[in-house]
Design a protein around this ligand. Sequence first.
Ligand code: ATP
Length: 366
Amino acid sequence: GRGIAVFTSGGDSQGMNAAVRAVVRFGIYLGAKVYFIKEGYQGMVDGGENIVEATWSSVSGNLHKGGTIIGSARCKDFRVREGRLKAARNLINRGITNLVVIGGDGSLTGANLFRHEWSSLVDELAEKGVVTAEAKSKYSNLYIVGMVGSIDNDFCGTDMTIGTDSALHRIIESIDAIAATAYSHQRTFIMEVMGRHCGFLALAASLASEADYVFIPEWLPEADWPSRMCKKLSSEREAGQRINIIIVSEGAVDRDGNTITSEMVKDVVVKNLHQDARITVLGHVQRGGGPSAFDRVLACRMGAEAVLALMEAEAETEPCVVSLDGNQVIRLPLMECVKRTQAVSKAMSEQNWDVAVQLRGRSFAR
Ligand code: ATP
């Protein structure tokens, strides 16, 4: 059968284990040999014990765990040709010509580059006598499928990335917990959530938690946001509400392009309203804990689709990324999605909101 390797790369997210499990189980079910590559690209470059054949039972009991059991890493070696040559050798030695990469846009970019360089890497290995003429013809193509693991939901072409829903659950749990203590003391809480170029977590959390105010990178608050915010907060208090919750996305900026920090928001509240205000930065808690039911199911569906895509791949098939369109799991051209994602980040950092929102639009998938 075909040799398929699966690995996780870049930042971790909940549901990655479920995705790996689905790839392993569905691959084996369809008669493929499936391998884990541990520690992302670093394991691919280093080879040895980092690349191991998976068995049906080797993925048992991990579905509910957060993070990624097979490890993830940032890898400098893979950014240079020499490192990728080593990686190619390690894959060919094990008969692997199919990769499932679970990561962010950087990891997918690396995979795409690897695929386009692949035949020249194989040629070089043949010249050096590392691979035989027979192996050379057998391993002339590398097939790539990507899945996006990210809590930020910041990838173009998919409605949800693996991990987003779990992170949202974690945020909501935290806000609920904080709201109880805030209620007791009539406090105002400023909750800072992740999302450098994407306010999805902050926005969805604010809808799900009755927050009074939210700052996200996609929305530039009016120049007089401090007084508007104070008016809103005090009107809630006057109406009998004992607490205020403000959610700040880490990527929120004002009209001058300056970051709106939790401290700034707190100072405004304390100075103008004399409320007892506290900041909670959720940080890596958002990435922790087990995956939600949604993420488990999403990862299972995406993992199975990734294997199918590899099974159906032909010589000229370009790398694809498995994504969610509405409730449908589909395949989209990997590099087009990556390029759009990077263009959105660029537009966001240049405060080109219209361009960013237009590029991110889900209509792209249709
Ligand atoms: P996150 O969204 O969590 O940052 P990511 O996949 O974007 O995830 P990166 O650190 O950008 O994370 O990339 C992970 C790894 O992918 C890098 O450490 C590197 O090994 C590889 N990689 C990224 N970009 C390239 C590239 N242009 N060429 C080769 N390899 C790359």
